[in-house]
Write a protein that binds this ligand. Sequence first.
Ligand SMILES: Cc1cn([C@H]2C[C@H](O)[C@@H](COP(=O)(O)OP(=O)(O)OP(=O)(O)O)O2)c(=O)[nH]c1=O
Length: 203
Amino acid sequence: MQEIILASASPRRKQLLEQVGLEFSCMTADVDEEAFYNLHPGDLVKKLAWQKAQAVAGRTEQNIIIAADTVVVLDDVIMGKPLDREDARQKLTLLSGREHQVMTGICVVNQQNESHSTEFEVTKVWFRHLSNGEIQGYLDCGEWVDKAGGYGIQGLGALLIEKIDGCYFNVVGLPLSKLYQLLYKQGVYLLGGEAPNGVQGWN
Ligand SMILES: Cc1cn([C@H]2C[C@H](O)[C@@H](COP(=O)(O)OP(=O)(O)OP(=O)(O)O)O2)c(=O)[nH]c1=O
C-alpha cells in the first residue's frame, strides 16, 4: 500500500499534519539550504522543498512524499535560522517595528505515477517595536533556536507580533490549506473526494 512520508525533522510540521488527521511516517532530509540563497525567495523555498523530497525519494519507493521549507524575508533579503544567540538578536532587531514575509515552499511527490507538485505560500507578519530588554528576554527563553528569523509565532514569539495577513500555519512551517490542495491532486482526499475550489483532480 502507498504510504505518506513527511520528509522532515521538524516537530512543528509533524504536529500540523497530525492535526488534519493524516497517517504518515517521518524521514529526515538534509540539504544545504544556504547554497541557494542567491535565488528569488519564492524559487528558493520551492527548490529546497523539492530537494528535501528528492533526498527521501532516493531511500523509498512507490510512496507519497511531503516536504517543505520556510524562510523569513525582510526587504528581499532571506533570513534562515540564526547561527547563534547574537545572530538571533541581530535578526530580531532588524524585524522590530517592521513588516516582513514568511515564505514556505511545499512539494508533494507521488512516486507511483512519477509526478510532483510544488508551490509556495506567503504570509505577511508585522512585528511590534521591541525594546532591547524585550529582545533579551525573548532570547533567554531559547525559542529562537532552529526557527527561521529567530522567532516562533506558535510560542512566546506571539507576543512580538502585532498582526499577520495570510495563513498562520504557513508561518509555523506548513500551509495546511495549500498542502491539502496539492495532496488532492495526488489522490489523497482529506475532506472526501469532492475537489477543492480551483483544483482539477485527475483521479
Ligand atoms: C517564522 C517561524 C518559523 N518556524 C520554523 C518552521 C521551520 O521548522 C523552521 C525553518 O526551518 P526549515 O529549514 O524550513 O525546516 P526545519 O529544518 O525545521 O525542518 P526540516 O527541514 O527537517 O523539514 O522555522 C516556526 O516554527 N515558527 C515561526 O514563527
